[in-house]
Design a binder for this molecule. Structure first.
Ligand code: ADP
Ligand code: MG
Length: 158
């Protein structure tokens, strides 16, 4: 499944993240691709807000993993940017435990830890079109996200 949505401001991208949050459950995994400054962290802020997390979600680049514990769903935010040149054996940051945890996991720069990313994740690719315009491409082979894709079609492509 694949759908493309254009946003025209960071607020619109946050709103989209909030909408997506309603379709997540324990163990949901979202990979976020796109250049620096595309809007991956901004999108994550929206997901966090939608889950009811009040802490400010900012870039975890220097921490790699930030945990926002919350009920019923926690948010685990990973930024693998600094793991690019790290040997695979040293990249085991306990992702399995995070995935098995009580929450959802969003991963920026997933290609640098691809060995640890399970099938069934939702990829959100964000492309800078111009100024405040971004093209977001949602794709997955996970049938569990069918409801989400139907909602996105209905809301953005009617
Ligand atoms: N439509 C948009 N969606 C998301 N961010 C936008 C948009 N328009 C402008 N921006 C700006 O682009 C930047 C995106 O930064 P960030 O989310 O940290 O990117 P990344 O995590 O991909 O490096 C922010 O400064 C944000 O305000
Ligand atoms: Mg970021």
């Amino acid at each position: 499944m694949e759908i493309q949505i254009k946003t025209h401001s960071k607020e619109e991208t946050i709103k989209l993240g909030k909408l997506i949050s309603g379709f997540l459950s324990r163990g949901s995994m979202i990979t976020l691709t796109g250049d620096l400054g595309a809007g991956k962290t901004t999108f994550t802020k929206g997901v966090g807000a939608g889950l009811g997390i009040e802490d400010d979600i900012n870039s975890p680049t220097f921490n790699i993993l930030k945990c926002y514990f919350h009920k019923p769903l926690s948010l685990y935010h990973i930024d693998a940017y600094r793991l690019e040149d790290v040997a695979p054996v040293q990249k085991n940051i306990g992702l399995e435990e995070v995935i098995e945890g009580d929450g959802v996991c969003l991963i920026e720069w997933p290609m640098f830890i691809k060995e640890f990313i399970p099938n069934g994740s939702l990829n959100v690719d964000i492309h800078l079109v111009a100024n405040d315009e971004r093209l977001l491409t949602f794709s997955t082979n996970n049938k569990g996200f069918t409801g989400l894709f139907e909602k996105l079609e209905e809301k953005y492509h009617d």
